[in-house]
Design a protein around this ligand. Structure first.
Ligand code: ZN
Length: 357
């Protein structure tokens, strides 16, 4: 007997439910992909599926028959869902991990690999060259004091470089003009005094890094740029030792010997001071617009530390002498690669930077 009594609609519903269960059993046994299973599920028990369709016919039954028919439908749903669940587990355990349409032999996407900035790369190359000559590598603080940047380096009290026109003073410390006033380092030389105070002579060390000046920015000037400084201190340091420092740097940068010359020049922290020029690498010394037709380019100041600097470092200038050089690293890298605008270095322009990877 049918649980929905003798009502013809009830009989039809009972038949439809049986047929639905049979179809579900057949489909669940045959299905072999999750996509297909989804379609079957939606066709049988989905919102617009056959079960739902049967459900809508319940309203035509007499009240007493609806309850039984409703129970039948619920049982059918539970049975079908169990079958589909089983099918899903069977497919899941046999589905290949890799989608068959995946072709492992296809070339991959071109990944944008990172690289060192050309100036940082140059700095590391120079560090390697100086480490091979038994130099220490030292790093001073970026925020430092008037004492280390000017007083210790023999800058007279009224020297214009102390003005905020040139140097970035930390605003909080403006009231405090004097040795403890803080600034962003306008050169690296202050770090050399720190090093000397912390070590026993003789010394040979380099101390590269970024420095900050209150410059108007143009193709040749930046507010933050890199310098590379080296210092030798010993009992007897001939000027030719300075030449060795210079040729080590230029050989590392250009990969060949580059003629240099030294002229006298004035810098507060050296005595005597030298302007060191290199032969223009654009015209090989014949004269061109880059070198303003003189064949030489000014690349660094240098010279033995001024006695006052040695005293500030705690050394006796009657015993110790030395040789400083201070190179603008950005300019050397520009010359090495023929870059005509210093602003490109900080532009974040990847098309520019990728050339130097
Ligand atoms: Zn030239």
């Amino acid at each position: 007997m049918t649980p929905v009594g003798d009502d013809p609609v009830g009989a039809a519903i009972a038949v439809a439910i049986r047929s639905l269960i049979n179809d579900a059993a057949t489909a669940a046994a045959r299905v072999d992909s999750l996509d297909e299973l989804k379609q079957i599920e939606s066709r049988l028990v989905g919102k617009k599926g056959r079960l739902k369709e049967i459900h809508t016919q319940l309203g035509q039954l007499p009240v007493e028959g609806r309850k039984d028919a409703g129970r039948l439908l619920n049982d059918a749903r539970a049975q079908i869902e169990a079958m589909l669940k089983q099918a899903r587990e069977r497919i899941g355990s046999t589905t290949r991990v890799l989608d068959p349409s995946f072709d492992a032999s296809m070339p991959g996407d071109d990944m944008l690999g990172g690289g060192l900035h050309p100036i940082v790369q140059m700095m590391y190359d120079l560090n390697d060259a100086f480490t091979a000559l038994n130099f220490d590598i030292y790093e001073g603080p970026h925020i430092t004091s008037e004492q280390y940047e000017f007083d210790h380096l023999n800058f007279p009290p009224a020297h214009p470089a102390r003005e905020s026109m040139d140097t970035f003073w930390l605003s909080d410390s403006n009231a405090l003009a004097g040795p403890q006033r803080l600034c962003l380092r306008p050169h690296l030389t202050g770090a050399s005094v720190r090093y000397m105070q912390q070590h026993e002579p003789p010394f040979r060390f380099v101390y590269p890094g970024r420095v900050y000046r209150n410059e108007s920015i143009d193709a040749g000037h930046e507010r933050a740029f890199f310098q590379y400084e080296a210092l030798i201190v010993d009992r007897h340091v001939p000027f030719t030792a300075g030449k060795l420092l210079i040729s080590t740097i230029l050989h590392t940068v250009f990969g060949r010997e580059v003629p240099t010359r030294m002229r006298t020049g004035f810098f507060p922290f050296v005595e005597p001071g030298f302007e060191i020029d290199m032969q223009c690498q654009v015209c090989s010394g014949k004269g061109c617009s880059t070198c303003k037709h003189v064949g030489w380019l000014e690349i660094m100041p240098g010279g033995p530390p001024h006695p006052n600097v040695l005293r500030a470092a705690g050394l006796d200038p009657s015993i110790w002498t030395g040789f400083y050089i201070n190179v603008g690293l950005d300019r050397l890298v520009m010359m090495r690669y023929g870059i005509d605008d210093i602003r490109l270095f900080n532009s974040g322009n990847l098309r520019f930077l990728h050339q130097y990877k």
